[in-house]
Ligand binder design. Structure first.
Ligand SMILES: NC(=O)c1ccc[n+]([C@@H]2O[C@H](COP(=O)([O-])OP(=O)(O)OC[C@H]3O[C@@H](n4cnc5c(N)ncnc54)[C@H](OP(=O)(O)O)[C@@H]3O)[C@@H](O)[C@H]2O)c1
Length: 333
């Protein structure tokens, strides 16, 4: 007797975000495994890390970013971009990886899942000395720190740099990378994080609960603002006359987010000798390799605050949203 064979699609567990809302709206579900195209690399996710980017997609905020995030619901139904894992399969045009390779990078399809697919330029070989958890902490925050300091801020050896928000995901990398670039580094954080920021190599640490860096009288060649809690005139007061301010693009209200501060900086920079810049990071394979070199040279070590299993990713995002995490939050898969 003939037997009916029902073809079943391969599936995977993933955190799914079908509508704008809170961590309560995120669900762990069984969904289709991503399909592999000719140019694709399918990665078995071993660890992911989360960034403010993920809660912007979850909440659909600020509203001004909705064309990018998705007008009525998130364009991206699986949160997460940062990933470390093992190559499971490659498309026929892929030359740089083989199944079994350990990689890290950008899983734009959503890394809070058992599998994610990307192009070969989205990934680089995982630093051999790092666990999957530590490698997953690197991509977005590490590239942001590197590009803001080296490219946008053009930090030169011997220059002074202040990092506002030194204890966060980007800040903990920025302190270490600024030291590696030869900067004289001042990190700004709250009292419980002072020792951590010193241990990362910061030459000076400002405890913002005791001292206002914009009123200390000290001037910096470069100010990297990762908090957006100060006015433009406050931030400019901490700059030398020819100094550079780089705004990371966070903060602001629900409607416009950082747009007001960025626009003010653009307008003001036409009339002053200081450079007042904003910045949008790109996860480039070349910079993943630079980060790997810094790791292997012992100049940078990812700082992990907490690790959560995939099923508790909503709790992890809830914690990240407090704005007071230390270093990175990692999800193991
Ligand atoms: N433009 C881009 O391409 C790009 C890329 C990545 C990130 N970003 C943005 O960069 C910002 C930082 O990202 P992140 O991943 O580092 O965020 P994060 O990990 O959530 O930052 C949390 C940190 O902010 C610190 N903080 C909070 N209030 C502070 C204050 N008043 N003064 C100084 N530090 C304070 C906290 O330290 P304490 O607990 O000591 O207060 C905490 O360690 C976010 O706004 C993010 O959206 C932009």
């Amino acid at each position: 007797m003939p037997v009916d064979v029902v073809a079943t699609k391969p599936t995977m567990q993933a955190i799914v975000n079908r509508k704008y809302g809170s961590p309560d709206d995120l669900r762990l579900q069984e969904i289709d495994k991503p399909a592999l195209g000719d140019d694709g690399v399918l990665v078995r996710v071993r660890a992911a890390s989360i960034n403010p980017y993920d809660w912007h997609f979850m909440r659909g905020l600020p509203y001004v970013a909705r064309p990018m995030l998705g007008l009525r619901k998130p364009k991206k139904s699986i949160p997460g971009a940062d990933v470390a894992g093992q190559v499971e399969a490659i498309g026929k045009n892929v030359t740089q990886f083989r199944p079994g390779d350990e990689v890290f990078g950008a899983g734009w399809g959503g890394s809070l899942a058992e599998y994610v697919c990307g192009g070969e330029n989205d990934f680089a070989p995982k630093p051999a000395s790092l666990s999957f958890e530590h490698a997953a902490a690197l991509p977005m925050a590490g590239c942001t720190a590197l590009q803001t300091l080296r490219d946008r801020g053009q930090l030169q050896s011997g220059q002074s740099v202040l990092i506002n928000g030194a204890a966060g995901g980007v800040g903990t990398f920025a302190v270490q990378i600024a030291k590696a670039l030869g900067g004289d580094v001042t990190g700004v954080c709250s009292t419980p994080n002072v020792d951590l920021i010193s241990s990362l190599g910061s030459d000076q640490v400002v405890d913002y609960t005791r001292e206002d860096f914009t009123r200390s009288g000290r001037r910096y060649d470069l100010v990297l603002d990762l908090v957006a809690n100060r006015s433009l005139s406050d931030l400019r007061r901490a700059l030398t006359p020819e100094g550079t301010l780089v705004l990371s693009g966070g903060g602001g209200g629900r409607l416009l987010g950082p747009v007001t501060l960025i626009l003010k900086a653009r307008v003001r920079s036409r009339f002053v000798s200081q450079r007042l810049l904003s910045f949008f990071a790109q996860l480039r394979r070349d910079d993943l390799v630079v980060l790997t070199e810094l790791i292997e040279a012992g100049k940078v070590t990812p700082v992990i605050d907490r690790t959560y299993p995939l099923s508790e990713a909503p709790e992890a995002i809830r914690y990240l949203e407090t704005g007071h995490t230390r270093g990175k939050i990692v999800i193991t898969v």
